[in-house]
Design a protein. Structure first.
Length: 211
């Protein structure tokens, strides 16, 4: 939009005016709101995860994969020669949940091991190792389910193809880096945090000692 406006200002006389129609009009109308929608979706996801993990640090570790998914989606659009339109914006918002699920698998399982009294580093290593197969399986199913959208043909194929490319590229890149970013971030950010059931387990143990 900015590029078009600059070209019009340079090439057209001062009294000339430009207007938008079709997808350009939809993009112009939704362009200002997509950032707000993305921020609200990210905030709601963070608050829900905070309630689940009873911590503000653990959800932060999980959501570190969202920027990676965003980079992958934009790179996929660039490689396929597609634009950032209303359909790709919908796919980018969807990536928040699709990218966070792998981080949830690692963090949740590591916390469960810590709840059982396993040491921090051992719980993190075991959690990353044992969740590798579920992460690969869920990533494979998500990516392959986007292939029909990427290969779509017929009426409306352009819109489906854009969403498919965003999901395929975003989930692929986020899943690859999740295996490295999430364990590393968990190691550095969560060392001084307790597991969700740590206090409850401590109280239970003290009650047993009193009895």
């Amino acid at each position: 939009m900015i590029f078009l406006k600059n070209i019009a200002d340079q090439q057209l006389p001062e009294e000339a005016q430009i207007d938008y129609k079709g997808q350009s009009l939809l993009l112009k109308e939704s362009g200002d709101s997509v950032l707000l929608i993305f921020a609200l979706a990210l905030l709601i996801t963070f608050l829900v995860l905070s309630a689940q993990f009873e911590s503000f640090i653990h959800p932060l570790v999980i959501l570190l994969t969202v920027p990676l998914a965003l980079v992958g989606a934009l790179a996929g659009l660039e490689l396929m020669g597609m634009s950032l339109n209303i359909y790709s914006q919908i796919g980018i918002v969807m990536l928040i949940g699709l990218a966070a699920k792998n981080g949830i698998l690692i963090v949740e399982f590591a916390n469960q091991l810590r709840d059982k009294g396993i040491a921090f580093e051992e719980a993190l290593i075991n959690g990353a190792q044992q969740r590798l197969r579920p992460i690969v399986m869920t990533t494979f199913t998500t990516v392959t389910s986007a292939i029909p959208l990427v290969l779509a043909s017929g009426p409306g194929a352009e819109s489906r193809m854009v969403i498919g490319v965003v999901i395929f590229a975003g989930v692929s890149l986020a899943s690859i880096f999740t295996l490295f970013i999430v364990p590393g971030a968990y190691y550095w950010l969560c060392r001084n945090t307790g597991s969700p059931q740590a206090i409850a387990n401590k109280i239970t143990q003290e009650q047993k000692n009193l009895l």
